[in-house]
Design a protein around this ligand. Structure first.
Ligand SMILES: Nc1nc(=O)c2c([nH]1)NC[C@@H]1CN(c3ccc(C(=O)N[C@@H](CCC(=O)O)C(=O)O)cc3)C=[N+]21
Length: 314
């Protein structure tokens, strides 16, 4: 390795998502503690898990553990994959009208015979801690206060806490999923709004029909690359501008030659880290922060609902 390469390796920051998630959760834990000291009940989260997809079970499990550690009351409601859309929506309506519940989330994906859109729209938008209800999507688009999907919030929080500059910078987002790529793009190009400063970046949103040679051209101009596609090895070293920040939101389970499963992202980590100025690993990058942001959204729902109840009683 020549001196230049060594120097770059020394300068590359591997952004520690686990540490940031712990930091966020400690802050939330403290705030919830004060909240309960002021006479409120603990925030309450209900997670609906339909069927028994192993990855979904792992994620819901992580959400339950995080809830426990920050002082959120949580319950995983398990329903069979044979459940009808109507019955699932009926269950959601019960939780909507239950005053002891602040946050509701339905773990995705759902079985094929159930419309995810109908189910997400059945959740009371005030309890929609995933930010998937059409009202919250519309409000985010208009830069109004809303619940923002946890993965998008996680990327934004990671950028802010790592002091990555976004104002006037070029960002390439790979992947246009409604719950990840799209909201990330919306926030990154946002201008200043009342309660939070905008990110003010120029955003290019690439997807499966972006020709590979075009993706390379866009990526090479980017100060920040965010990849959320589930395409293993999509982002290669030659596509990255030296010093750029590379955020990997992809999570794919692959089998190792020894027959174990391991998690890999969209980014060729070992190669790209030699070029990038900052990079997130998988696992231990965006994933853990996603769970911390769910806690943040749940506490926000609890505060909003308590405030609404207080004004109703006046
Ligand atoms: N309604 C709904 N809301 C979601 O927020 C939602 C969802 N459905 N469906 C699936 C995705 C994915 N997701 C993750 C949560 C935690 C990690 C996480 O903690 N990852 C760890 C390790 C995970 C592991 O060990 O398997 C890491 O990256 O280091 C990752 C991904 C939430 N999602």
């Amino acid at each position: 390795m020549d001196n230049g390469a060594i120097e770059n390796l020394l300068q590359t920051r591997v952004l520690d998502g686990k540490r940031i998630a712990e930091q966020i959760q400690n802050e939330i834990k403290e705030e919830i503690c004060k909240w309960v000291d002021r006479g409120h009940r603990k925030p309450c989260l209900k997670a609906i898990l339909v069927g028994d997809d192993p990855a979904s079970k792992t994620y819901v499990g992580k959400k339950m553990i995080a809830s426990e550690s920050v002082g959120v009351d949580s319950e995983a409601i398990r329903l069979p994959s044979s459940i009808s859309e109507d019955d699932l929506i009926e269950k959601i309506k019960q939780l909507n009208s239950d005053d002891s519940v602040d946050g509701i989330l339905v773990q995705l994906p759902l079985p094929e015979h159930v419309s995810e859109r109908n189910v997400c729209n059945a959740v009371d938008p005030h309890k929609d801690v995933d930010g998937f209800h059409v009202t919250n999507v519309g409000r985010l688009t208009l830069n109004m206060d809303s619940f923002i999907p946890c993965t998008a919030l996680a990327v934004i929080e990671l950028i802010k806490r790592s002091q990555i500059e976004t104002f006037g910078k070029n960002v390439v987002v790979c992947g246009r999923s409604k719950n990840v790529g799209l909201p990330i793009s919306l926030i990154l190009h946002s201008d200043a709004r009342n309660e939070c400063p905008g990110m003010e970046a120029t955003v290019v949103l690439c997807h499966r029909h972006t020709p590979p040679e075009q993706l390379e051209i866009y990526a090479k101009t980017a100060d920040i690359i965010i990849s959320a596609t589930g395409v293993v090895g999509l982002i290669k070293p030659h596509m990255v501008k030296p010093g750029a920040c590379v955020i990997d939101v992809g999570i794919t389970r692959v089998k190792t030659p020894e027959g174990k499963t391991k998690l890999v992202g969209d980014v060729e980590f070992e190669g790209v880290r030699k070029v990038a100025g900052a990079i997130t690993p998988v696992p231990g990058g965006v994933g853990p922060i996603t769970v911390a942001m769910l806690m943040s959204n749940t506490f926000k729902a609890a505060r909003n609902l308590a405030a609404t109840k207080a004004t109703e009683q006046q």
